[in-house]
Write a protein that binds this ligand. Structure first.
Ligand SMILES: NC(=O)c1ccc[n+]([C@@H]2O[C@H](COP(=O)([O-])OP(=O)(O)OC[C@H]3O[C@@H](n4cnc5c(N)ncnc54)[C@H](O)[C@@H]3O)[C@@H](O)[C@H]2O)c1
Length: 335
């Protein structure tokens, strides 16, 4: 059996090498995040199990995988992998839905607080104190409290729900939009869902936690949506870049249609240095780092090596996007 990692975010993979040696399996690890299909296929040709982080496993790549039976996406989202092509080729797609859920929720709450309390402006005026001999409070005004405000959550999945739970102590109200939320979840949380339009119109802060699904959530927040928000509103996006039209967002901030934005994800990543939003004083931009923590890193490393071990023992991955495929494969490899 051979295990291939196409690209990774950890500083090294010595621990994974040790695990593979212990299991007695072949392995090869690469850093091919931007590689074209041909290059990916060259290194994946003889792999039974593949782990991908950001490399693009489009139809062409998947169709060329003749040996692979398990593809694992290092993370929650799997929009860089063509699921339909995996299904056609009978390739199981494993993923890690609980990876960095706490970290992303914490980052969303941090961006909310930083925008609401104008953290960057407060930090900036500290340096003027030493020059002026007084604190220029008014340059940061108006400053509002979070207490009593309405938080709109679009996408009430794992991260959206954790943001909701984290904010319970702040004395805020909630408006939630998630058309696919099962009734049991609505009852468990004692909430009612409303339309996206109502969330945008009535919320003081809107935070996005939807997956990127083409075309459904592409530019879910576009020019008209931004115009429908309050002038004092804040938009937070830690989900996926294409969910927000960033050009329209930059214009909305410049035209005072909304007040602030906290953005972690971009349509093109890394964002081009001349992206106007990066220099907009009303935006706090972080470099798609919501996922990052020492704890999350070890959680996922243990989880994907557990799935490699499971494959070796003829078991499907713990979390599979297409569980119907492992049923089909039972006779072939899981007998
Ligand atoms: N910034 C980062 O570092 C980072 C890290 C991990 C995950 N993410 C992203 O965070 C997002 C949320 O992750 P999650 O684990 O909570 O996902 P999840 O699948 O648990 O929840 C997503 C929720 O969005 C809802 N939804 C789908 N389409 C919708 C729509 N059109 N309108 C409203 N709701 C809709 C679904 O019903 C679901 O409840 C994903 O896009 C994921 O890729 C970002």
């Amino acid at each position: 059996m051979k295990f291939v990692i196409t690209d990774y975010i950890h500083s090294d993979l010595k621990w994974e090498e040790e695990q593979c040696r212990e299991m007695g399996i072949d392995y090869a690890f690469y850093q091919l995040k931007e590689a074209p299909p041909k290059e990916l296929l060259e290194v994946c040709a003889d792999a039974d199990v593949i782990l991908v982080n950001m490399a693009k496993f489009n139809e062409e790549v998947i169709n060329g995988l003749d040996k692979c039976k398990l593809l694992m996406r290092h993370g929650i989202g799997y929009d860089n992998v063509d699921l339909k092509a995996c299904n056609k080729k009978d390739i199981m797609l494993g993923y890690y839905p609980s990876y960095c859920v706490n970290e992303v929720a914490e980052q969303a709450v941090m961006l909310m607080m930083a925008c609401q309390r104008k953290l960057c402006q407060q930090v900036n005026i500290v340096s003027t104190v030493t020059h002026n001999g007084y604190i220029d409070y008014l340059s940061v005004a108006p400053l509002y409290r979070l207490h009593g405000k309405t938080i709109g959550i679009i996408g009430f999945g794992r991260i959206g729900r954790l943001v909701y739970r984290m904010l319970q102590g702040f004395g805020v109200n909630f408006l939630i939009d998630d058309p696919y939320l099962p009734d049991e979840m609505i009852q468990e949380y004692g909430i009612a869902t409303v339309s996206k339009e109502e969330v945008l119109k009535e919320s003081d802060i809107v935070t996005l936690h939807v997956p990127f699904n083409w075309p459904e959530t592409y530019h879910l927040i576009d020019e008209a949506d931004l115009k429908s928000m309050k002038e004092t509103a804040i938009l937070i996006n830690t989900s996926r870049g294409p969910v927000v039209n960033l050009e329209a967002l930059n214009a909305a901030l410049d035209n005072c249609e909304i007040a602030h934005a906290g953005i972690d994800v971009y349509e093109l990543e890394p964002p081009k240095p001349d992206l106007p939003l990066l220099r907009n004083k009303k935006a706090i931009c972080t470099p798609h780092m919501s996922w990052m923590s020492v704890e999350a890193s070890w959680d996922i490393r243990h989880s994907y090596m557990r799935d490699v071990r499971r494959f070796l023992n003829k078991q499907a991955p713990v979390n599979q996007v297409n569980p119907e495929i492992s049923g089909k494969l039972e006779e072939e490899i899981f007998q």
